[in-house]
Design a protein around this ligand. Structure first.
Ligand code: SIN
Length: 523
């Protein structure tokens, strides 16, 4: 049992949030997990197809650290890489294998099978066909639901992190160092906002992809964690390192369905319409080069040829392997009349992962006391300027456990200050928002980010984006203060804030590195 039983509020329930919640509960804390979705399984983690890094045969922490640092283009924090490489296997074994019993692929003897992905020097990826994220999320949720002491509340959207002095009625609190006391949560069913106090808050809100026209991320990936933390005064770093996945299905109506990197790991190669393996001209590793390199190669090829997609040839993978290893991708492509056991897949890059986020230390602490961040919304430094495939789920497992272990080590208890915090004042004058305006703002945001702050950037494009985003922010802030709180408005406001953080960071950083490429402009 923990020395002090803390009230822990976890915002988000992908792999990072669930891991933190389970460990915190095991340490005796009173844990509440909230998610803005109706279905808790609907998180970014569920969409990770490829897998999660473990330790392969003839593998070592040193080899994994080397691969992470290389893929990161020299920007990963070596300490974060070492922690993940050393603690990863044990952390994964404990929560995913021993407790949640995730059905990873095994051979007949019951031994775990390892997949390969780009820029890994060993086969070391655990997988569950091509739905690894979904298998993990389901198993963790099933485990958590049996622990009735952990409260799991759907349909709760975080509006703001409660901080003193900002939300305090005591004017003398202005002399204190700011700290976190909980969150204002909006319930999407009864449309009410309430203050939920907590001794520790863990942000685990996932990704940001919805701000881009093309993304592999689900609808809920609206940059909430980054925006909430930024407004609460936290440091947010590395936001310019936006990772684009090289291979998503390029068919109208397919919504950039992810074609897992594991497909290339098993032998698929990228070809242009002349049948040439063009990626070799960019990196000797060709289709198995790090993601940033492959995405840039494809994008450049598309610009050069004026085509809408390149081709992913699975000729080197047997139909039996395709059926067993990639059943979901096979099914999805068949919906578009593409039989991947016989034909190449038309693919194009799309936004996939934010390497930057809310700055944390190696225990997941943000720069605001009592507020932690974990998973994609956090920046531990692990991914540097470009993330190595299949490390994101592992980061959630390792740092979720570290966050839970640290909760009691920080001795700052905010409870005495709660009575000074003001309740939520519904400032909205109008009861409803105009959905057409919201939809148009989303379209402007998505097009601006895709065209001007996308795979290849120029300073002129980014400056143009900044002007548009500032204007959008003004408009949406105006709505925010005049319309009753609702989920669509909160998400749009957060996404615009996160987009501004990306664009400002991208403009300030003149060095092309990893996922941030600034082209020199013709004078
Ligand atoms: C993939 O399967 O290619 C995505 C997994 C990841 O982002 O690491």
């Amino acid at each position: 049992m923990a020395e002090t039983r803390l009230r822990v509020l976890v915002i988000g329930c992908g792999i990072a949030g669930l891991t933190a919640a389970i460990h915190a509960w095991r340490r005796g804390h009173q844990v509440t997990v909230v998610t803005k979705t109706d279905d808790p399984a609907e998180s970014n983690s569920s969409y990770a197809q490829g897998g999660i890094v473990y330790r392969g045969h003839e593998d070592s922490p040193e080899l994994l650290v080397k691969d992470i640092l290389e893929a990161s283009d020299g920007m990963a924090l070596p300490e974060a890489a070492r922690i993940v490489a050393e603690e990863g296997p044990e952390a994964l074994q404990e929560v995913l294998l021993d407790w949640a019993k995730v059905p990873f692929e095994r051979d007949r003897a019951g031994d775990l099978q390892f997949g390969e992905e780009a820029a890994h020097s060993r086969r070391r990826i655990l997988y569950s066909a091509d739905q690894t994220g979904r298998a993990i999320t389901r198993a963790l949720l099933a485990f958590l639901k049996k622990k009735t002491e952990i409260r799991l509340l759907p349909n709760e959207v975080a509006v703001e992190i409660i901080t003193a002095p900002h939300h305090s009625r005591n004017p003398l609190d202005v002399y204190r160092r700011p700290f976190c006391l909980g969150a204002y949560l909006h319930h999407t069913r009864d449309q009410k906002v309430r203050a939920v106090f907590a001794d520790r808050v863990v942000l685990a809100t996932g990704g940001i992809g919805q701000m881009f026209r093309h993304t592999t991320n689900p609808e809920g990936a609206t940059g909430d964690g980054v925006a909430l933390a930024w407004r609460a005064g936290c440091r947010v770093v590395n936001m310019e390192y936006t990772q684009f996945h090289p291979t998503t299905l390029a068919m109208p109506g397919s919504g950039n369905f992810l074609i897992s990197e594991a497909v290339r790991g098993e032998g698929a190669i990228l070809l242009n319409h002349a049948g040439k393996d063009f990626t070799k001209a960019y990196d000797r590793r060709g289709s198995l080069a790090p993601r940033d390199t492959v995405s840039r190669a494809i994008f450049t090829e598309l610009e050069r040829t004026g085509r809408e997609h390149v081709l992913l040839s699975l000729d080197r993978i047997s139909p039996a392997t395709i059926r067993k290893r990639f059943p979901t991708i096979l099914r999805k492509c068949l919906e578009f009349k593409i039989d991947i056991t016989r034909e190449a897949i038309p693919v194009t890059p799309a936004f996939h992962f934010s390497c930057g986020g809310v700055l944390t230390d190696m225990d997941g602490q943000t720069t605001l006391p009592n507020l932690y961040a974990v998973g994609e919304c956090a920046c531990t430094g692990l991914h540097g300027a470009n993330r190595l495939a299949s490390t994101s789920l592992l980061e959630g497992v390792v740092f979720g456990r570290r966050v839970a272990a640290h909760l009691c080590r920080s001795d700052f208890l905010a409870r005495p200050f709660e009575k000074s915090i003001q309740g939520w004042e519904d400032h909205g004058l109008h009861s409803s928002h105009d959905p057409i305006l919201v939809r148009q703002d989303w379209m402007t945001l998505k097009n601006t980010m895709w065209n001007y702050v996308g795979i290849l950037r120029t300073r002129s494009r980014m400056k143009r984006a900044l002007e548009t985003l500032k204007d959008l922010k003004n408009q949406v802030d105006h709505f925010y203060w005049n319309v009753k709180v609702h989920r669509e408005m909160l998400e749009l406001r957060n996404a615009i804030q996160a987009a501004l953080l990306i664009t400002n960071s991208a403009l300030k950083n003149r060095v092309s590195r990893g996922c941030h490429t600034v082209l020199r402009e013709r004078s």
